[in-house]
Design a protein around this ligand. Structure first.
Ligand SMILES: [Zn+2]
Ligand SMILES: [Zn+2]
Length: 218
């Protein structure tokens, strides 16, 4: 009887021991999993949008002596909902922010003037300049002037926007008038370079800690 009890006791101990081992294994696995998920999350949190580019340039559009003020709200980035996709949309890469209708915001590498005007629904080319409403074609009556950093240039649609560039599109009038309009355009890009955008979606400053966490762990 005593012998039998001892046996049962030993059996219990073995059972206890092995189930303890299983539990220890499970716990170790769980901890490893949590640590793994946490460090992956931490890594993604730390690197999220770190490569973000953000700089500014000035621009102005003048058609027959009148400045295009981009009145409609749909011209502005504010209309876009904040997307946290890894691949930014065209309008996230470059846009204007209310109320500054003369400041180009660039949030990505290799953004050209062509890209920028495209996001406004405009198109620039050597022989045409199209707004949402009109297509202006270069002819003997109407000249399209592109003035970049004080120089008359061909259409810069393939040209990368450089920080603190100043660019004017002038449709109609004389070269002298075009230059005057260019000079009247804003030159405050450097001020924007020195501050962060208010309530911007793209780039780091617009992504709050919680929205970044949500984007990473969802
Ligand atoms: Zn900006
Ligand atoms: Zn922006």
């Amino acid at each position: 009887m005593a012998e039998q009890n001892k046996d049962a006791d030993r059996q219990d101990k073995i059972m206890d021991f092995s189930s303890l081992k299983v539990r220890q294994h499970a716990a170790a696995l769980l901890i490893a999993f949590i640590l793994g998920a946490f460090s992956l999350g931490l890594y993604r949190f730390a690197t999220y949008g770190v490569e973000s580019v953000h700089y500014h340039a000035n621009f102005g559009v003048y058609v027959n002596g009148e400045q295009d003020i981009f009145e409609d709200y749909s011209f502005y980035q504010e209309l876009e909902s904040c997307s946290l996709d890894i691949e930014p949309t065209a309008k996230e890469r470059t846009h204007i922010h209310q109320p500054d209708n003369d400041v180009v915001h660039v949030h990505s590498e290799a953004v050209t003037w062509g890209h920028f005007f495209e996001t406004l629904g405009y198109s620039i080319g050597d022989n045409h300049f199209a707004t949402r409403a009109d297509v202006h074609v270069q002819n003997t009556d109407t000249i399209i002037f592109y003035i970049l950093n004080g120089e008359l240039v061909g259409s810069p649609e393939q040209q990368h926007i450089v920080s603190e560039d100043k660019f004017a599109v002038v449709v109609g009038g004389s070269e002298q008038q075009a230059m005057e309009l260019y000079r009247s355009a804003s030159t405050n890009a450097s001020e924007f370079n020195a501050s962060s955008d208010p309530g911007a979606c793209t780039s780091n400053e617009g992504h709050s800690v919680t929205s970044r966490l949500k984007a990473i762990f969802q």
